[in-house]
Design a protein around this ligand. Structure first.
Ligand code: 2M8
Length: 440
């Protein structure tokens, strides 16, 4: 917090915009990412919302996390979407009828998706508690702790398809960066054509220009991958033999490592032993460095388990391991250099915001979702990483550029990485929540 100086009136105005957005997106026990584009509850969005609510109404932070974890599956997975049964059919595609979670053995009674998202929840719970410690907060932590542990166990066991100590994502949606260029190579191997989508109607392109969203071919593949997982009952056994998309992602695994660090901090508050969490955190960091760090490029790259190769595209995913407090010094130096390169442009005084993809790449697309635009959650994670590794100078530059984006464009979902113009939803939950945290 305290990242943004300058005239107090501006900060107050920004805070008011964030508060109004967050309040408007609150829905009985969770916060929707967007009333139009994403009207249900999303997993990692809820974690970011909780971080914001902790500054405003701490009890909402706990309601947010607890409502999400009520939908946790028996195998420990935390679904990436929890559907609001009060919404009409067609409020989002793909809706509950497509996911058919009720047919899966491990699923809860409430309708959910069968995928997961980056496990940033333990970190959110820890930050929410630290911001506003109280007896009710501690009681909520006590209830959440075993669920957070089960979430980690699911990822560390059933999702360790490569057997190397990292979790793999089975769908680009699980990474949170849906159409990132990082997934182009592994997605190219997924057999699908646009005709698959004729059976469905996309919902997103009714609310945002098609040029700012994934393509129809992307969607055809998204649907094909879900169908394959769903038709196998969302079981993870033998994924290597039968699943079309299996990737070890640096952001996802960095989040899992950061979760173990957060659980180690939470453990003493709930009379649990922090030791095993510290050990698991160390093992995840070690596996990340061994499996995903590429000395040739000096950054972290996803590994495609179907080919065994590292993905060549340089995306902002590669900077995420900075959030690990125990990242070795040589990787910290290399990743900070990558962040400060012309590709990403992080600096004490930034001329342009942090993009989601290498700005020097020939296929950099400043309007298209995760293929160029700037996103508040990724900025927040990278800023946190810089602070954790003693680079307050760079974190200050990044923090200012984050506040500037919202000051100019409002609480948009994403932003044009050159002009800062607002893109996607105009009242986006995590933009508001993380701005509140930044301003605190
Ligand atoms: C986006 O993903 C959903 C699918 O899960 C979509 O495109 O419909 C991503 O930006 C993801 O990271 C985010 O959690 C979700 C809701 O904000 O939207």
């Amino acid at each position: 917090g305290g990242a943004v100086d300058g005239p107090g009136g501006d900060v107050e105005r920004l805070r008011r915009v964030a508060v109004a957005t967050l309040e408007a997106n609150w829905e009985h026990d969770h916060t929707v990412p967007s009333r139009t584009l994403y009207p249900h509850q999303w997993s990692w969005d809820s974690a970011f919302m909780a971080i914001g609510w902790a500054h405003l109404r701490p009890e909402y932070a706990w309601r947010e996390l607890e409502s999400l974890f009520r939908a946790q599956w028996a195998d420990g997975r935390v679904p990436h979407i929890v559907f609001n049964p009060r919404l009409p059919v067609g409020a989002y595609f793909p809706g509950p009828e497509f996911w058919a979670s009720e047919r899966a053995e491990a699923a809860p009674t409430i309708a959910t998706s069968g995928l997961v998202q980056p496990p940033v929840h333990a970190l959110a719970a820890w930050l929410a508690y630290r911001r506003a410690p109280s007896d009710p907060a501690r009681a909520a932590l006590r209830r959440l702790y075993p669920r957070l542990v089960a979430q980690q166990r699911y990822l560390a066991t059933r999702r360790d398809v490569g057997g190397a100590g990292l979790a793999c994502v089975v769908h680009p949606w699980e990474s949170g960066l849906d159409n990132s260029p990082a997934w182009d190579a592994p997605m190219a191997a997924v057999a699908a054509d646009e005709a698959v989508m004729r059976a469905y109607r996309r919902h997103d392109t009714a609310h945002a220009p098609a040029a700012h969203r994934p393509t129809d071919l992307d969607y055809a593949r998204y649907v094909t991958i879900v169908a394959s997982y769903r038709d196998g009952g969302y079981r993870d056994a033998e994924l290597a033999r039968r699943h079309p998309f299996l990737v070890e992602c640096p952001l996802f695994n960095a989040a899992a490592g950061a979760a173990e660090h957060a659980l180690a901090a939470i453990a003493p508050l709930v009379d649990a032993d922090p030791g095993p969490h510290r050990e698991r955190a160390a093992r995840i960091t070690e596996a990340l460095v061994r499996r995903l760090y590429d000395p040739a490029t000096g950054t972290f790259q996803p590994r495609d388990l179907r080919t065994g190769r590292l993905v060549p595209a340089r995306t902002v995913l590669g900077l995420a391991p900075l959030i690990l407090p125990d990242l070795p010094a040589s990787q910290v130096t290399a990743v900070v250099a990558e962040a400060c390169s012309a590709r990403f442009g992080v600096a004490g005084r930034m001329s342009r915001p942090l993009p989601s993809y290498d700005r020097t790449a020939p296929d950099f697309e400043p309007l298209r979702y995760w293929r160029g635009p700037s996103w508040m959650n990724i900025n927040w994670l990278v800023r946190r990483g810089l602070l954790g590794h003693g680079r307050a100078d760079l974190a200050t530059g990044l923090g200012r550029s984050m506040a500037e984006l919202v000051a100019t464009a409002g609480c948009h979902e994403y932003f044009h990485p050159d002009t800062g113009a607002g893109l996607g939803s105009a009242a986006f939950g995590w933009t508001a929540a993380l701005l509140l945290d930044l301003l605190a």
